[in-house]
Design a protein around this ligand. Structure first.
Ligand code: NAP
Ligand code: GDD
Length: 340
């Protein structure tokens, strides 16, 4: 059985990746942060009792800012594959916390790469790079497009991306970076724009709220479906020649169009419920990200099928169902609370 270590296992992608690897008979180890509240809701369905002798999911406390812990964990687990998905991943928040974002999203990767080098463990390494690194470079963006980061998050990701490439070239590490365009799902964090919109649609449909406040409605993103992207992550790391590849759907959609599709799915008119609030603008915006993933298609036949319109439907349905099934919508946080 292969052993994998996932940082960021409690996040959207980490939870889908854990599911995928368990379905492929891996033993999965995940790094989780100590938190004063439970932060494992996305992987609770995968949890197995520690007394179960057949258990294949193991969670370890740790943090990407703690080098010594990363080295000791690697020595203990001896993974065949490492997926570094852990990050402060919110672009807007990175303007408020540039140093923290650099420490976790940028230097965190270097701590992990260095732990691999120091522990001398033979393993493959995946770095979660981002289309945000292209920043102001106009679409379509592929592996040859120049990077021009427009946020502390993007700059931190670019540093991690360059260091991953450097460890591959200097130390012969089997390391790849997936340059992933936006991908969403019902498990998407509640403050990213797609999920913020689909939660709002559900709450408005149920009569709990009347409006949602958004920032830039004209930004264009290439929104795909997280489970399909996680499959691409796994396949990328199975390639025998490690190289960095773009994963994207190739379809650009504005925030406005996504809102239109999501509200329409519930029989609502977005224009009656969406209002502008400049608190959601960024000091520098990335206007348009639309990826060209033809290199990944040729390398391992990756061909995503779900784009923004269908995604909006999937996410609205899930948010409606979640709200209806709790029977206690009042315990769900309101969307107008002002979070980024
Ligand atoms: P996410 O839902 O925000 O998950 C981030 C994960 O990182 C969470 O498990 C979080 O733990 C963990 N984390 C945060 N700070 C940490 C620290 N100091 N030490 C250890 N772990 C820490 O992100 P995602 O959407 O799944 O994305 C996964 C990765 O892909 C991220 O690196 C992201 O930047 C990158 N990426 C995402 C997209 C996208 O569209 N989703 C596109 C390109 C790249 P808690 O649960 O405790 O907060
Ligand atoms: N979050 C948010 N909230 N974004 C808004 C809002 C709002 O109220 N209103 C408009 N937007 C616009 C943002 O300005 C941005 O142009 C777009 O919606 C998408 O924002 P997010 O959903 O926050 O995602 P992101 O594109 O900034 O970053 C995501 O994708 C990157 C890959 O391109 C994150 O997942 C990053 O971690 C990831 O690397």
């Amino acid at each position: 059985m292969k052993r994998a270590l996932i940082t960021g296992i409690t996040g959207q992608d980490g939870s889908y990746l854990a599911e995928l690897l368990l379905s492929k008979d891996y033993v999965v180890h995940g790094l989780i942060r100590r938190s004063s509240t439970f932060n494992t809701s996305r992987i609770e369905h995968l949890y197995t009792d520690p007394h179960d002798p057949d258990r294949r999911l193991f969670l370890h406390y740790g943090d990407l800012t703690d080098s010594a812990r990363l080295v000791s964990l690697l020595m203990e687990i001896v993974p065949d594959e490492i997926y570094n998905l852990g990050a402060q991943s919110h672009v807007r928040v990175s303007f408020d916390e540039p140093e923290h974002t650099g420490a976790v999203t940028g230097l965190g990767s270097v701590r992990l790469l260095e732990a691999v080098r120091q522990s001398k463990i033979e393993c493959r390494y995946y770095q979660a790079s981002s289309s945000e690194m292209f920043g102001s470079t106009p679409p379509p963006q592929d592996e040859s497009a120049p990077f021009h980061p427009r946020s502390p998050y993007a700059a931190a990701k670019l540093y991690a991306h360059s260091m991953t490439q450097m460890y591959r070239e200097a130390y012969g590490l089997h390391a790849v970076s997936g340059i992933l365009f936006n991908h969403e799902s019902p498990r998407r964090g509640e403050t990213f724009v797609t999920r913020k919109i689909t939660r709002a649609v559900a709450r408005i449909k149920m009569g709990l709220e009347k409006r949602v406040y958004l920032g830039n409605l004209d930004a264009v993103r290439d929104w795909g479906y997280a489970p399909e992207f996680v499959e691409g992550i796994w396949r990328m790391l199975q390639m025998d020649d490690p190289r960095d590849l773009v994963l994207a759907t190739g379809v650009g959609t504005t925030v406005k169009e996504f809102a239109h599709a999501a509200f329409a799915h519930a029989g609502l008119d977005w224009q009656e419920h969406v209002e502008f609030d400049d608190r959601y603008l960024r000091a520098a915006e990335v206007n348009a990200l639309i990826g060209n993933a033809s290199a990944a298609r040729s390398a391992f036949g990756w061909d995503p099928t779900i784009t923004a319109n269908r995604l909006a439907g999937i996410m609205v349905e899930a948010d409606l169902e979640a709200l209806q099934s709790t029977g206690k919508p009042w315990i769900d946080r309101p969307i107008t609370a002002g979070w980024s």
